[in-house]
Design a protein around this ligand. Structure first.
Ligand code: GRF
Length: 210
């Protein structure tokens, strides 16, 4: 049986979507003891761990402690779900091909923070979310699936964020399951599903209940 570790820093709604999809979650790990998602995970009988980044002198020592905790669970896949720490190159290398992230934009557009505000500000008409493998460069790495969410004329960042988040909750479990089940062929930056499942979600209100 494959095993999944989820790393969170906050409310953990994507963590919850992964658990509720029935994925084999071995533990949830947070760098913050007050992450809201930890409470939900404990209530659902999931092992939790806290590795507080403030108790480590530098990034390498935090990353080392994090990796040691992760490795005790011998996971096949490690999923970042709102994990707000930049991970060092050695950490990323250690989990190459099995470390995955969800980012609230159509990468490579809008890397970094405040993506919904920036999308509205830029006047783009399509926004969304991306699940990608993690590489040493922040918010880059091979794309597994993307959700396209139209930007409406009356959108504000909160309304847009809410629709993107609902799409995230659909695409993240889908992509993590592909990884866990070995359903992906990877060549360089190109990732394809072996059974030709669509690697996009068109979340315009006419499909997939959105
Ligand atoms: C999500 O928007 C995710 O894309 C980003 O951080 C947010 C985390 O939200 N990486 P949650 O903690 O999963 O609710």
């Amino acid at each position: 049986m494959s095993r999944l570790i989820i790393l969170i820093s906050g409310r953990g709604s994507n963590m919850r979507a992964l658990v509720e999809a029935g994925l084999p979650v071995a533990a949830v790990i947070s760098n913050r003891a007050d992450a809201g998602g930890l409470v939900w995970a404990r209530e659902h009988g999931i092992a939790t761990e806290v590795i507080d980044h403030r108790l480590h002198v530098d990034r390498p020592s935090f990353d080392q402690a994090l990796a040691e905790t992760i490795d005790r669970y011998r996971p096949d896949v490690v999923a970042l779900a709102g994990f707000m720490r930049i991970l060092s190159a050695p950490f990323v290398e250690r989990y190459r091909g099995r470390l995955v992230n969800i980012h609230p934009s159509l990468l490579p557009a809008f890397t970094g923070l405040h993506t919904h505000e920036r999308a509205i500000e830029a006047g783009v008409k399509c926004h969304g979310a991306t699940v990608h493998l993690v590489t040493a460069e922040l918010d880059h790495g091979p794309v597994l699936i993307q959700a396209i969410v139209p930007v409406r004329q009356d959108d504000d960042p909160e309304r847009l964020a809410e629709r993107v988040l609902r799409a995230e909750h659909i695409i993240y479990p889908r992509a993590v399951r592909w990884l866990l089940e070995g359903n992906l062929d990877m060549t360089g930056d190109h990732v394809r599903t072996r059974d030709a499942q669509p690697q996009y979600l068109w979340a315009d209100g006419s499909a997939e209940g959105l």
